[in-house]
Design a protein around this ligand. Structure first.
Ligand SMILES: [Zn+2]
Length: 209
């Protein structure tokens, strides 16, 4: 990974990694080069680890082609062009609109699962809404409104289950304190693994489709 050094009017150094190929180290104007190099040396192990993780993530995300295919529960189920006649000739924007509309029509599947989990666990919500966020998979607020990202439908079911359990546990705790995680663990004993796996899918949130 190449680290670009940028001198700035600042008091401390800050290291930012953008992807597996590029990182940026912002350093105070007058800091000596040896100090900068020493800092970079101390971060080498960490940078290698981040680079490896990002490369894995990139190759993982390359397995998915959201522009041309529809995925349900982690499986490629159909070609996007089969959704509507003339799809191939649409603009990118119109293609995305068609794909998005199709996924939104499947939101009832998420709803069904949320109701099932709610009945099974006794954890309730007042209202369920689809959300469209490039950051989060779901939310639960003090008005007992649960939101689930419609993109969840493309994820393996075990991850959808985890997200629903996570949000439903917010009906007891509106925070992420240890007791919250204890309750999540009761519903999803392997939640730590699922959380990690979900992180690998965060590129889906940022992908436009
Ligand atoms: Zn949460």
């Amino acid at each position: 990974m190449e680290v670009k050094i940028i001198r700035q009017r600042r008091k401390t150094m800050v290291l930012k990694v953008f992807n597996a190929q590029t990182a940026e180290l912002r350093v105070p104007m007058k800091m000596s080069l040896s100090k900068v190099e020493k800092f970079l040396d101390s971060k080498k192990g960490w940078l290698d680890k981040v680079e490896k993780r990002m490369l894995e993530n990139e190759s993982f995300s390359n397995c998915f082609d959201f522009q041309n295919f529809i995925y349900i529960n982690g499986e490629k189920v159909l070609e996007a062009k089969s959704l509507i006649k003339g799809f191939e000739n649409f603009t990118e924007e119109k293609k995305q609109k068609v794909v998005r509309k199709y996924y939104l029509s499947l939101f009832s599947n998420l709803e069904k699962l949320a109701v099932e989990v709610s009945v099974k666990t006794g954890l309730t919500f007042k209202q369920l809404k689809p959300c469209d966020s490039s950051r989060i998979w779901g939310s639960y607020n003090s008005n007992r409104v649960m939101k689930l990202n419609w993109k969840l439908i493309v994820l393996p079911k075990r991850l959808v289950y985890y997200v629903i359990c996570h949000e439903l546990c917010h009906s007891i705790h509106l925070n992420h304190k240890p007791q919250f995680w204890k309750d999540v663990e009761k519903l999803c004993p392997d939640f730590k693994m699922l959380k990690k796996e979900l992180k690998n899918f965060s590129f889906v949130l940022r992908t436009k489709f």
